[in-house]
Ligand binder design. Structure first.
Ligand code: PLP
Length: 391
């Protein structure tokens, strides 16, 4: 079977074989199929498996197992925090304020905008040219004493990192509940919920399928002092915060994927950085503009545009040439609008329409990057010639 080279690891990652092996007993008629709430041996085994996964997830993120609320993924974890905290706040003195950064993933932005439609005052915090939260605008947001704040740890498009510890500390005086979407950070850099919690962070979202785990599992790591209401009410699973019979196999897979991170992080970062450097060097030689170059970024992410080349067209040509890359964020590829992240960074709409993201993974090699650069060079040459002929 023809298998294109996979350069889209921020969209999702291939399932690790060891994760699949851990999941299989809970997907078959072996002893793991029970309902974790049942009071018999089948149920107990499923419950034990979830407990173990909770410990594995907590250990990977530096949290306590009792702070892990399993969800169906990052989207639900983000929605749970924003809508759940809002639901727990008594209106009191109006208007209520909330603040998010202008570069959040749609699964933070949309629930925040939903609250705005219900009467909340939403401050979308500006970012600089590198995609980092603008200090002055953040200070203005804090002056309004927002009840909740959400700023992502690592951006899915550019890979830009925020100094969450500092931002959370600054938010302490405002008395806000502070959340970070760490879906793209987990597994790509060292991070620790406990340390960030000590600085002033209250909640963090993570997702299994970005770390070689299964789709459909994630978690909100949550400081127990936060007053939060569930999105899904029912039998009271997950400390009453997320009812519904647990997706045992996916949760087990999430736990195993978290356990495997320990070795992966130590070995992987230097290799990814070397590949990223090779890729960026080649791209710059082709005349590419690399977004957020020079900012502290995820080691695997390169987001670029070639002037006068449309991003969607390039992604299509590369797909046919055997390379899986993304134009803008994968979730919004159907949306022809240029990336809101790049627009917030002050990138002109025309250049932003050329954006292509490469997100490397542990399966990629220097030879793949070298071949890719040569194919890209040919493709760009042909596209430019076509444009010149048409003009
Ligand atoms: N947050 C970020 C930054 C993401 O990149 C994604 C997925 O692309 C999500 C949240 C959503 O996570 P999930 O796919 O687990 O719902």
């Amino acid at each position: 079977m023809f298998a294109p080279v996979y350069f889209d690891n921020n969209a999702t990652t291939p399932l690790d074989k060891r994760v699949l092996e851990a999941m299989l007993p809970y997907l078959s008629d072996q002893a793991g199929f029970g309902n974790p709430s049942s009071r018999h041996d089948y149920g107990r085994r499923a419950r034990q498996a979830i407990d173990e996964a909770r410990q594995q997830v907590a250990a990977a993120a530096g949290a306590d197992p009792t702070e892990v609320v399993f969800t169906s993924g990052g989207t639900e974890a983000n929605n749970l925090f924003i809508k759940g905290v809002a639901a727990g706040i008594k209106p009191g003195a109006l208007p209520l304020h909330l603040a998010i950064s202008a570069i959040e993933h749609p699964c933070v932005r949309e629930p925040a905008r939903e609250l705005a439609r219900q009467g909340w005052q939403l401050h979308e915090i500006a970012v600089d040219n590198f995609g980092r939260v603008d200090e002055d605008d953040y200070a203005q947001a804090l002056a309004r004493k927002p009840r909740l704040i959400s700023v992502m740890l690592a951006n899915n498009e550019t890979g830009t990192l925020q100094d969450i510890s500092k931002l959370a500390q600054q938010a302490l005086a405002a008395g806000s509940w502070f959340h970070t979407d760490a879906v793209q950070a987990l597994g790509k850099l060292e991070m620790n919920f406990r340390e960030l919690n000590a600085a002033g962070l209250h909640a963090m979202s993570i997702s299994a399928h970005k770390i070689s785990g299964p789709k459909g599992a994630g978690a909100l790591l949550l400081d127990k002092r936060v007053d939060i209401r569930p999105l899904i009410a029912g039998g009271g699973h997950e400390r009453g915060l997320r009812s519904g019979t647990e997706n045992v196999a996916a949760i087990v897979g999430f736990g195993r994927a978290c356990e495997l991170l320990r070795t992966r992080l130590a070995q992987g970062t230097a290799e990814l950085l070397a590949l990223r450097e090779q890729l960026e060097h080649g791209l710059l030689q082709l005349g590419a503009i690399i977004f957020a170059l020079g900012a502290e970024r995820l080691p695997n992410t390169v987001y670029f545009a070639l002037p006068d080349i449309d991003g969607e067209t390039l992604v299509g040509k590369l797909d046919r040439a055997g390379y899986a890359v993304a134009s803008g964020a994968a979730c919004s590829s159907a949306n022809p609008e240029p990336s809101h992240v790049l627009r917030a960074m002050g990138v002109a709409a025309e250049l932003a329409r050329g954006a292509v993201r490469i997100s490397l993974g542990s399966a990629n090699s220097a030879a793949q990057v070298a071949d890719f650069l040569s194919v890209l060079g040919d493709t760009v040459f042909k596209l430019r010639r076509m444009t010149a002929l048409a003009g």
